[in-house]
Design a protein around this ligand. Structure first.
Ligand code: NAD
Ligand code: QIC
Length: 290
């Protein structure tokens, strides 16, 4: 037996997340840090729940003694109205992936953007960030674009297959970062934008095991352009391989996946995790087919 202050009980609320690697990443790190820590997937699909139930699930969790939740698709925006407090960045971004339960209150954070920011700073140190081209303006794309602009990107070209989403996301980001130029583009803009870009970020599902392929012609990548992918199943996407073969510095999607877990673990436990150990465990999980 333990009380809410003697152990940590955490959950991940989202649709189809039973196989997520985030619970084992947290649990293994917690064990290494000597914490009593259980992390359970709370899968909407398994429980016959809808995204609109996220508020009820949070409140049940609080009543049952949970300390925190990660929140994922399709609840990252819906959860906002159920929170008592939201970090400044999560509020600006309009998405929360971590909810702490403290004194019965729900406090929201976003570690997707911060995890990517740290991953980029550590994985590609000294990378120029002035001009970046980004493919994909969905949930992951929003967090990554926010991280780039916050880190100093002055010119972001955002390209998505959905022109309306591209325009809306670009306008929302431009309003948040008035000193930067956020340009909505189409695939025809890829070649001219990449001819002078410092970096290229791929935030579409292309490259996943279930969506194999390349999101662009790798010939468009100049060797001096760094390349970051958000896909981590597989960690080595065709893009990562092709970009490396062209001489580009690359950041695989595992870095963001681990980065969000590192930042959430710190917020939830108050203990500084060992990020390198978490990355090693993550790679072990992925390589073992989890
Ligand atoms: N590394 C991480 O921590 C992490 C976190 C979240 C999501 N992801 C991965 O990121 C990917 C995207 O997730 P999401 O939540 O943003 O999905 P999403 O559905 O919200 O957004 C994907 C966007 O990509 C666009 N798109 C698809 N194909 C395209 C193409 N060929 N060219 C341009 N745009 C295209 C879609 O129109 C859509 O707007 C998923 O594969 C997911 O597994 C990784
Ligand atoms: O690993 C996952 O399944 C996640 O759902 C990925 C991403 O959505 C994060 O924000 C969540 O904390 C965890």
């Amino acid at each position: 037996m333990s009380t809410i202050t003697e152990s940590l009980l955490v959950g991940l609320i989202g649709d189809g997340i039973t196989a997520s690697l985030t619970p084992p990443m947290h649990e293994r790190e917690a064990a290494a840090c000597g914490l009593h820590y259980l992390y359970r997937p709370v899968d909407l699909a398994v429980n016959g729940r809808s995204a609109a139930d996220v508020g009820d699930l949070l409140r049940y969790g609080r009543d049952l003694g949970f300390n925190a939740f990660n929140i994922t698709h399709p609840c990252k925006q819906l959860v906002l109205e159920h929170l008592d407090e939201v970090s400044e960045d999560a509020a600006r971004l309009g998405a929360v992936n971590t909810v702490l339960i403290q004194d019965g209150r729900f406090i929201g954070h976003n570690t997707d953007y911060s995890g990517f920011a740290t991953a980029l700073a550590q994985g590609l140190p000294d990378a120029a960030l002035d001009a970046v081209v980004q493919l994909g303006a969905g949930g992951a794309g929003a967090a990554v674009a926010y991280a780039l602009l916050k880190a100093g990107t002055r010119e972001l070209t955002l390209i998505d297959l959905d022109p309306e989403r591209t325009r809306e996301r670009a306008a929302a980001l431009a309003a948040l970062f008035p000193d930067a130029v956020v340009r909505p583009g189409s695939r025809e803009d890829l070649a001219p934008a990449l001819s002078s870009a410092d970096g290229f970020v791929q935030a579409t599902p292309v490259g996943m095991h279930s969506h194999p392929g390349l999101p662009l012609d790798p010939e468009l990548l100049r060797p001096e352009t760094w390349v970051a992918d958000v896909i981590y199943r597989p960690v080595r996407t065709q893009l990562v391989d092709a970009a490396e073969a062209r001489g580009c510095r690359v950041l695989d999607g595992g870095h963001m996946a681990v980065g969000q877990a590192v930042d959430a673990f710190r917020l939830i436990s108050g203990v500084e995790p060992d990020a390198a150990r978490m990355r090693a465990h993550f790679l072990e999980l992925v390589n073992s087919g989890r």
